[in-house]
Design a protein around this ligand. Structure first.
Ligand code: DC
Length: 216
């Protein structure tokens, strides 16, 4: 097939290290990278900015259809504005998991995510990359880690970005978010049947990368 584009999906809960691993893997392979969480976060930020009510499906669809998101030099640009930091606040994270549970939101963002699949290949990071967005991916990874480790990682990540947070609150928020993401009716967080699960709790990013590379 001339237009076949290989895709590797990396799904899993918040703080499992998906972003780091997906970034390293895309760089190693020279492939494109899709941070689907950033697209959902940008969508949440935009609905917050526009004061769209979460029960107003049409207003949400209109807002998302107008929203233009792209990644430039590792920055997330939405509607011409660098929102890289604004989408990482706990408030935006909370709103993101709420809008991510709405089926019209997921439908509105589906093709936009698929459009990232371009030659020579794509590494896609998210929750439903292997189950919904790229069901034919050549390799599907489900990356997990213990809640404590995930909380600590997210705490460190936020600190590095100059965002202050409380570790215990963060662990609670992550647990609540996981529960919503796994329990929602639409595209719940779960490993695809043909995914390989890796628990990264006691592994360095390099070790995870080597393990994934061994499956290629
Ligand atoms: O990976 P992240 O923390 O940036 O994701 C932010 C939120 O978006 C999280 O609550 C899960 C949701 N999300 C989703 O529902 N589907 C995706 N493919 C990616 C993220």
């Amino acid at each position: 097939m001339s237009n076949y584009v290989p895709v590797i999906t990396i799904d899993g809960p918040a703080g499992a290290g998906k972003g780091t691993i997906a970034g390293l893997l895309a760089k190693r392979l020279g492939w494109h990278l899709l941070d689907s969480g950033a697209i959902y976060r940008a969508a949440a930020l935009e609905t917050m900015k526009q004061c769209v009510a979460l029960n107003d499906s049409q207003a949400i669809i209109d807002t998302l259809n107008k929203m233009d998101v792209c990644f430039i030099d590792g920055k997330v640009i939405a509607c011409g504005e660098d929102v890289s930091l604004a989408i990482r606040t706990p408030e935006c994270a909370g709103m993101t998991s709420k809008i991510a549970a709405i089926s019209v939101v997921r439908a509105a963002l589906l093709e936009r995510q698929r459009a990232f699949a371009a030659s020579p290949g794509l590494v896609a990071d998210g929750r439903d990359m292997g189950t919904v967005v790229f069901p034919d991916a050549k390799l599907k990874i489900f990356l997990t880690a213990s809640p404590e480790i995930r909380g600590e990682r997210r705490f460190k990540q936020l600190s590095e970005q100059g965002i202050s947070a409380n570790l215990a609150t963060l662990i609670d928020e992550i647990a609540a978010r996981d529960e919503r993401d796994a329990g929602r009716a639409v595209a719940p967080l779960r490993a695809a049947d043909d995914a390989i699960t890796i628990d990264s709790s006691r592994m360095t990013p390099q070790e995870v990368l080597e393990m994934i590379s061994s499956f290629l």
